[in-house]
Design a protein. Structure first.
Length: 318
């Protein structure tokens, strides 16, 4: 997103934590301010004198050693950013939500009536964060808009995100089996372009889904095998077996060892939700870009290889 903003001629200031990995900001002409969205006082310098704020910060994970951190970061942190921006006289704020929330509603265009059926603390916290943002916008002179990406893939996934970890599991030969699931994939660079379009052309109080192609994990695996020449996993894992393994793994690794489980329970539970969505109304409304799925996957593979995430690069046919 920083690259997109700079290319469009904007001056950019970014809020980073002291512990943040800033590799994606290297060699970019961006001002940085040290701070944490959980600490309101540290936001004042970040929002001072700016015209617009993109609130993209969130804890995006299927597991945390203390689940309260999801709510401190994603809900309280969002309210802190909103209040700081309003007090600084910011004109417009785009809050980054997640389109996966819409999969739990009947029309797949609005938030579900209740978060009770959401399968993870990440989704529950983002549900309350989005409601907080939209309610705040109704009472504020500041325009508040929501950008809801589907599942982004592509370059710059240094974390990596849960989606990036799936791709890496395949590239490093560690994916022996999988639980299939349905979702919508979008190129992360299209998501960045979409955020700027929402900021410039979106209507206050509206939600804009930034998505592209409905697919499944099995189709993604087929494409990865086609692009790399690596073998596909041997079998699909039945959901009950995967869920049982997740409970055991989360108890052993998560509870006893206090480390991130290899198979988080919420990750398996999320596979039962059909997250396919038709982004056409939003794509046509704003003229959002649509990079082909194959291109986005290839960019993701190339970035992981270039940055040393793939242990046996020589095994890949590229």
């Amino acid at each position: 997103m920083v690259k997109v903003l700079l290319e469009a001629g904007h001056d950019v200031r970014g809020l980073v934590r002291e512990s943040s990995n800033t590799v994606n900001l290297e060699e970019l002409e961006v001002e940085t301010v040290i701070g944490d969205i959980r600490k309101p006082k540290e936001l004042e310098e970040a929002v001072s004198g700016v015209d617009g704020v993109f609130h993209t910060a969130a804890l995006y994970s299927f597991w945390a050693p203390d689940y309260e951190i999801f709510y401190e970061t994603n809900v309280d942190g969002t309210e802190n950013v909103l209040r700081a921006a309003e007090e600084a006289g910011v004109e417009r704020l785009v809050f980054t939500s997640t389109a996966s929330l819409l999969a739990h509603s009947d029309d797949k265009r609005s938030l579900p009536d209740s978060p009770d059926d959401l399968p993870s603390d990440y989704k529950i916290s983002k549900y309350f964060a989005e409601r907080t943002a939209l309610e705040f916008g109704k009472e504020s002179a500041m325009d508040v808009l929501v950008a809801s990406p589907t599942v982004p893939i592509g370059p710059g996934d240094y974390g990596p995100t849960p989606t990036g970890r799936l791709i890496l599991e395949f590239l490093n030969g560690r994916m022996k089996g999988f639980v299939d699931m349905d979702f919508n994939l979008v190129d992360v660079e299209d998501v960045a372009e979409g955020h700027l379009i929402v900021m410039e052309d979106g209507e206050p109080g509206e939600r804009y889904v930034l998505g592209n192609r409905n697919t499944s994990l099995s189709e993604v695996i087929d494409l990865l095998a086609q692009f790399t020449g690596l073998p596909k996993p041997l079998f699909r894992i039945p959901y009950p077996l995967a869920l049982g393994a997740a409970w055991v793994d989360e108890f052993l690794e998560g509870f006893l060892l206090n480390s991130r489980p290899s198979i988080p329970i919420s990750a398996i539970e999320s596979t039962r939700v059909d997250e396919r969505i038709d982004p056409t109304p939003w794509v046509e409304d704003l003229g959002l870009p649509k990079t082909p799925l194959a291109t986005a996957l290839k960019k993701s593979i190339d970035w992981f290889v270039r940055n040393g995430y793939v242990k046996n690069e020589g095994a890949l046919r590229r």
